[in-house]
Design a protein around this ligand. Sequence first.
Ligand SMILES: Nc1ncnc2c1ncn2[C@@H]1O[C@H](COP(=O)(O)OP(=O)(O)OP(=O)(O)O)[C@@H](O)[C@H]1O
Ligand SMILES: O=C(O)C1=C[C@@H](O)[C@@H](O)[C@H](O)C1
Ligand SMILES: [Mg+2]
Length: 175
Amino acid sequence: MSGGNMKRIYLIGFMGCGKSAIGRRLSFLLKVPFYDMDKEIVRQTGMTIPEIFEKFGENHFRDLETEFLRNFQEEYCIISTGGGTTMRKINRRIMRETGLVLFLDAPFKEIWRRIHKDPNRPIVRRSTREEIEALFKSRYPYYKAAAHITVRTEFRSLRQITQYAAFQVIRLKGE
Ligand SMILES: Nc1ncnc2c1ncn2[C@@H]1O[C@H](COP(=O)(O)OP(=O)(O)OP(=O)(O)O)[C@@H](O)[C@H]1O
Ligand SMILES: O=C(O)C1=C[C@@H](O)[C@@H](O)[C@H](O)C1
Ligand SMILES: [Mg+2]
C-alpha cells in the first residue's frame, strides 16, 4: 500500500452510517483501542456538540476536529470520525498519512431512518429531509476520495460489516 503508514484505522462517512457501532466492534475483533472523535471532543471541552455549535458556531467545532487529529497521540487505534470531518482537506491528509481510511457507505434512505429523530445532531435538528439529502450528496464524493477502502453496508448486519472491514484491513496491511 502506498502513502502513509497503516497504524490507525479511521472510519468515515455520513451521520448514522455506523461509524461508532462498527468502530466498537472492530476494536473488539482486532484488539486495538477505540476512540470516537465526537465523544473525545465532548470530553475535552466539557460541552455537548449542540452546545459547541450554539455557543461558538460550526466553524469552531470544525477547528476542534482538526486540532484533535493533529494532536492525538495514540498510534495503534481505531477512530470513528464525525460526519463532517472528511470535508476539510487537511483532515483528509492527516487521516491518509497516519492510517487506513474506511468509508462506510450506507444508502440515504436508511441513514435518514436512523438519524431524523436524534436530538443530539444539530445539523439534523435545523434542516429538512431534502436539505440533509442534498448535504449527503454533496459529501459523498469526498468520502469516496478520502477512503482507502469503501465498505457497502446495505443488507449487511453489523457483524458482517465488521468482519468484512477486518478482512480488508488485514489484507491491505499485508500488501
Ligand atoms: N448495518 C447496520 N445494521 C443495523 N443497524 C445499524 C447498522 N449500521 C448502523 N446501525 C445502527 O444505526 C445507528 C447509527 O449508527 P452509529 O451511531 O454507529 O452511526 P455514526 O456513523 O457513528 O453516526 P454519528 O454521525 O453520530 O457519528 C446505531 O443505532 C447503530 O447501531
Ligand atoms: O455531519 C456532521 O457535520 C456532523 C456529524 C456528527 O458526527 C458530529 O460531528 C456533528 O454533529 C456534525
Ligand atoms: Mg458516531
